[in-house]
Design a protein around this ligand. Sequence first.
Ligand SMILES: C[S@@+](CC[C@H](N)C(=O)[O-])C[C@H]1O[C@@H](n2cnc3c(N)ncnc32)[C@H](O)[C@@H]1O
Length: 269
Amino acid sequence: MALTAPANFDTEYLREQVRIEYDRVAREPHGTFHFHRGPEYAATFLGYEAADLASLPEESTARFAGVGNPLRIGDTTPGVSPLKPGDTVLDHACGAGMDLLLAARRVGPSGRAIGIDMTAAMRDCAAAAADLAGLSGIVNIREGFYENLPVESASVDVVISNGVLNLSPDKPRVVSEIMRVLKPGGRLFLADVVVQRELSLKSRSNPDLWAACVGGALTEKEFFELFAHAGLMDSRVVQRFNCFMGTTAEQKVSKQLFIHGANFYARKP
Ligand SMILES: C[S@@+](CC[C@H](N)C(=O)[O-])C[C@H]1O[C@@H](n2cnc3c(N)ncnc32)[C@H](O)[C@@H]1O
């Protein structure tokens, strides 16, 4: 099991590399990266509604870097309630906020959409986009780490997460924070990178490979173990996405490891 980073892993170095990478995504969204970004990618590869994205500011959509479609989990999974007006939703690493703004529209003026991110330039884009979209009364962006959420316990109806759990060297800690902030019965709509087989210790020990969203990726089985260990229930894979198709990551590693994106659902008892 690889739910935490190997001993002696340089967590601070990883955090700095991740910050540098996403600072660059915020500043140069059309630059060269090993992963896809933006609204066309989201609509073509991940099933987002192109018209929904076209109505959001580019400050947010051009910097989208997720690997799945968390809100679709509530819309398409039998027996699972979608986000509804009045809900409190938390995106625990919101980046430039595309999912957060879509969620804010759903929860409406009687709800709240809280976004956390550790990278200042991403938070600035998310806040600017919320303003431009007329959603700043609903959206609240906060600085923080998803390993230590600046959010009150048992205050959130739905946690959304897109393409970020793989980046944490301490995934049990991230999921225990999700459990803490969810209300009883609260839902987790999580999309992340998935590998077909467990990575070697050598790969998992390389912080540059982690920063590239590969070194810290889990298998589906490991996700289920992680959720069960935290006390989440009803966990399942809802949909899979070929999110690295045509990227340099696909050429270098993802074909060997069958890396893809997946939507997961789970809930707090
Ligand atoms: C792959 S991007 C995804 C952003 C967003 N969810 C999306 O779909 O566009 C990763 C984001 O996670 C943030 N991040 C990485 N590690 C974090 C941590 N420990 N706490 C909070 N944010 C983190 C980065 O700053 C970056 O904005």
